[in-house]
Design a protein around this ligand. Structure first.
Ligand SMILES: [Zn+2]
Length: 499
């Protein structure tokens, strides 16, 4: 039994000005053939779930192509055409196949296809033949569509946010696919799209309404005849018609049961809609709270929601830094934060380790993320920006590369880490340890993210403050000019109804 695996993953923030081209994938992570297993064995990724699934459910897994880049703007037509052409050619050249495991994100938008994941599923199905089963995994931030389910036998979505269950979901998809190929089961899917969104600040699945929704999903998963059940939280920064919350239930041949259970989940989630609104602290208040936090000896971690790099943030917002300076919060090790700023890195490296530099840092990508801030500081460390995280963190990442990087100790007692690549935000404390910096020793640590930094930073934080910063991933959804989203959609239209 031969199963191909491929993935062309992207979470598209259509409000980002910079488009995502072919080179963005090549430069970030583009693996072919044996590179895939070499890179993903012993990680917490979906691909490792497929590798384990192949051993457990006894099939030969043939990795073909896997590419991803950080959440950025709309994928160019050129990137889509070139990568999908290579994927389908590989499927044709190396077939025939008994099945396909696709590792997708579910939140991808290309210039040509608002439902990029649906189009990929359609092309893959066309390449391997309509009777060859395809199982697809999605991130929880997926906008699920009829086209996606029409071209797959089963979609399995992560059930945790922060995402820490990729291996389990990869195993689940592997089991459904293997049993389908063997003729033991006949998966049937039903999708219900709910006219609502979940604010980014309400997305953690361990608390509040999302916990209750995921408890419902777990209950459906345990129902006899159900093979899988999922909630797509939706990716609200993709301005597409299918953006929003959805529920998907996969049963063994029972269309009525799939429909009944997905409708039940949707109805229950709808009843929680008013608990899904923006829950964050204004910037000035966030800094005041952090400055006055109890001296527990643990840092106060401020989550920079508007510059959520894992959602398409530019990684160079200075709104919180500017407010810290305005409120004159200073003193030894008073702040630790990161900024994407290649020019400042170059200047610092030219000055050399130990040199004192005067720089304007951050806010160089666009107008949304504050102004460059003038700082005077000592170049404390220069590294290649690479590090490895072996612990369980959001997204199952292990290898990181932020490009040449510099740590700067400023006169005000701030440590600002400057990177030449945007990276994926602040998901791993190794980002700082690898430069000889210990976040535990700071009063305030700013993390660019909303949910993704939590597994790394909650264990060391005295308090976490979710700051309502402006930016391309703002929690204030009224700050975005949507052109393509469904109407009505709660809470944009507060009188939205759902039966
Ligand atoms: Zn996600």
């Amino acid at each position: 039994m031969r199963v191909a695996t491929l993935g062309f993953k992207h979470e598209t923030n259509t409000f980002q000005s910079v488009k995502t081209d072919y080179d963005a994938f090549v430069n970030f992570d583009f693996l072919r053939g044996s590179q895939i297993a070499e890179r993903h064995a012993n990680t917490n990724s979906t691909l490792n779930g497929f590798l384990k699934g192949a051993a457990k459910y006894e099939f030969e897994l043939v990795p073909l192509l896997l590419t991803i880049t950080g959440p950025t703007g709309t994928v160019t037509k050129d990137a889509f055409d070139r990568i999908t052409a290579e994927m389908t050619q590989m499927l044709k050249d190396n077939g025939p196949w008994d099945g396909v495991l696709l590792a997708q994100h579910g939140g991808a938008v290309s210039e040509e296809f608002p439902d990029m994941d649906g189009e990929i599923a359609r092309l893959v199905k066309q390449a391997v033949g309509q009777n060859t089963p395809v199982a697809m995994t999605f991130d929880l931030h997926s906008n699920i569509t009829q086209q996606q389910i029409a071209n797959t036998e089963a979609i399995v979505v992560y059930r945790t946010n922060p995402h820490i269950d990729q291996v389990e979901r990869g195993l689940e998809a592997s089991e459904i696919l293997a049993r389908t190929i063997r003729g033991e089961i006949n998966p049937v899917q039903h999708l219900v799209q709910v006219p609502m969104i979940v604010n980014i600040t309400r997305q953690p699945t361990a608390v509040g309404a999302m916990k209750s929704i995921m408890d419902d999903v777990a209950q459906v998963v345990g129902t006899p005849g159900v093979l899988s059940a999922s909630c797509g939280q939706g990716f609200p920064y993709a301005d597409v018609e299918q953006m929003g919350v959805s529920f998907l239930v996969v049963t063994d041949g029972d269309a009525d049961l799939a429909k009944e259970q997905s409708n039940w989940l949707a109805r229950r989630a709808w009843d929680h809609r008013s608990e899904m609104l923006n829950d964050s602290t204004p910037v000035d208040e966030a800094i005041r709270q952090a400055a006055n936090a109890d001296d527990s000896g643990k840092p106060t971690v401020i989550l920079d929601v508007g510059d959520n790099v894992g959602g398409g943030g530019t990684a160079d917002s200075t709104h919180l830094l500017a407010e810290l300076i305005r409120q004159e919060v200073k003193g030894e090790r008073s702040l630790l934060m990161t900024l994407f700023d290649p020019a400042a890195v170059r200047e610092s490296i030219a000055a050399g380790s130990g040199a004192t530099v005067n720089l304007k840092v951050g806010a160089k990508t666009d107008e949304l993320h504050g102004e460059p801030i003038a700082v005077t500081g000592k170049v404390r460390a220069i590294t290649d920006g690479r590090f490895e995280e072996t612990g369980q963190i959001h997204g199952g990442w292990r290898y990181f590369d932020y490009g040449p990087s510099v740590a700067l100790d400023t006169e005000d007692g701030y440590t600002i880490v400057l990177h030449t690549e945007r990276g994926v935000g602040n998901m791993s404390r190794q980002q700082h340890y690898s430069m000889g910096i210990f976040p535990e020793q700071y009063r305030i640590v700013i993390c660019k993210g909303t949910v993704s930094p939590r597994p790394a930073y909650e264990p060391i934080a005295g308090a976490m403050i979710v700051a309502d910063t402006p930016g391309v991933t703002s929690a204030d959804m009224s700050s975005f000019n949507y052109k393509h989203r469904r109407k009505p959609l709660y809470p944009f239209e507060l009188d939205t109804t759902f039966h």
